[in-house]
Design a protein around this ligand. Structure first.
Ligand SMILES: [Zn+2]
Length: 282
């Protein structure tokens, strides 16, 4: 049987890591990238253009980015409302605020996590400056492991710092302790990716894909992705954020790059939808 022709521009896909903002935060931050490209209805037009059926909004572990009273509770209600505006196309990850008393943080998580909009928790050690294997996060991981909730960990460490707050070496400490924890690594461990090849997690290519291609070219990047394993790869972009691209360039560049790689249609379906859907199941 002939293989279905693969075009990454048109294949239906989930973008498993994007950023949008509530309207009042956008209005207070005009001129900032996340605000200027953060409007829900504008983003839905992009979803239509690129056949993105669904997208997951990531919080920042920084309530100033998603609320005007700078509280975890408002961040969650804002995320909830943004998802509600999307006709079931936007979902979100829950936030944490490490300035907050840990028990209060956990009780807020307990309150929201059974709402269908919230698919997991986001942990962003670089934004908080707090190491991923530190004590506060440890309690969050325990909660996530006990409740079978997916945790997405930001991992794009500075290249030459092996124990940066989000480095693979620290992530491995967490995974060793919580062997049943469901983990999604955003940005694939940056340029320390080799240390993550053997861990049991899924890996989304948000932010890092064009940066690998700039560093290594298409062929080696393609090999790196295959080394992780098709079953672990997840499509995501980090729109509108990028170290190397303007927001308007991100989707075209991603699909251009992916169209030059050797993935089959069947493999792309796993990367675009099935792998992440398995991970968010509870
Ligand atoms: Zn991001």
């Amino acid at each position: 049987m002939e293989e279905k022709r693969l075009d990454w521009f048109t294949i239906p896909k989930i973008d498993a890591h994007i950023h949008l903002m509530p309207q009042d935060v956008i209005e207070a931050n005009i001129g900032e990238k996340f605000a200027d490209y953060g409007d829900v209805s504008e983003y839905i037009k992009l979803m239509d253009k690129y056949n993105i059926t669904t997208a997951f909004i990531m919080p920042f572990n920084d309530p100033y980015m998603l609320s005007m009273d700078f509280t975890l509770e408002s961040v969650h209600s804002n995320l909830y409302n943004m998802c509600n505006m999307s006709n079931g196309r936007l979902y979100s990850f829950a936030d944490i605020d490490i300035r907050k008393n840990l028990d209060k943080n956990i009780s807020e998580l307990n309150k929201i996590i059974n709402k269908t909009m919230f698919l997991g928790i986001k942990i962003h050690p670089t934004n908080t400056g707090y190491p991923i294997d530190g004590e506060y996060y440890d309690k969050i991981f325990k909660w996530a492991s006990d409740n079978n909730v997916l945790v997405e960990i930001h991992s794009y460490p500075r290249t030459h710092i092996n124990d940066d707050v989000c480095s693979p070496s620290r992530i491995k400490n967490v995974i060793k302790k919580y062997s049943n924890l469901k983990v999604s690594i955003a940005h694939m461990g940056g340029f320390q990716y080799e240390q993550l090849y053997d861990i049991n997690a899924c890996f989304n290519i948000s932010a890092i894909l064009p940066d690998y291609v700039n560093e290594y070219g298409i062929k080696k990047t393609n090999n790196i992705l295959r080394e992780f394993g098709i079953e672990k790869l997840v499509f995501a972009t980090d729109y509108p954020d990028s170290r190397s691209l303007k927001p308007d360039e991100i989707y075209n560049k991603y699909f251009d790059i992916l169209n030059k790689m050797d993935f089959t249609y069947e493999e792309a379906e796993k990367i675009c939808r099935y792998n992440i859907m398995n991970m968010i199941k509870r």
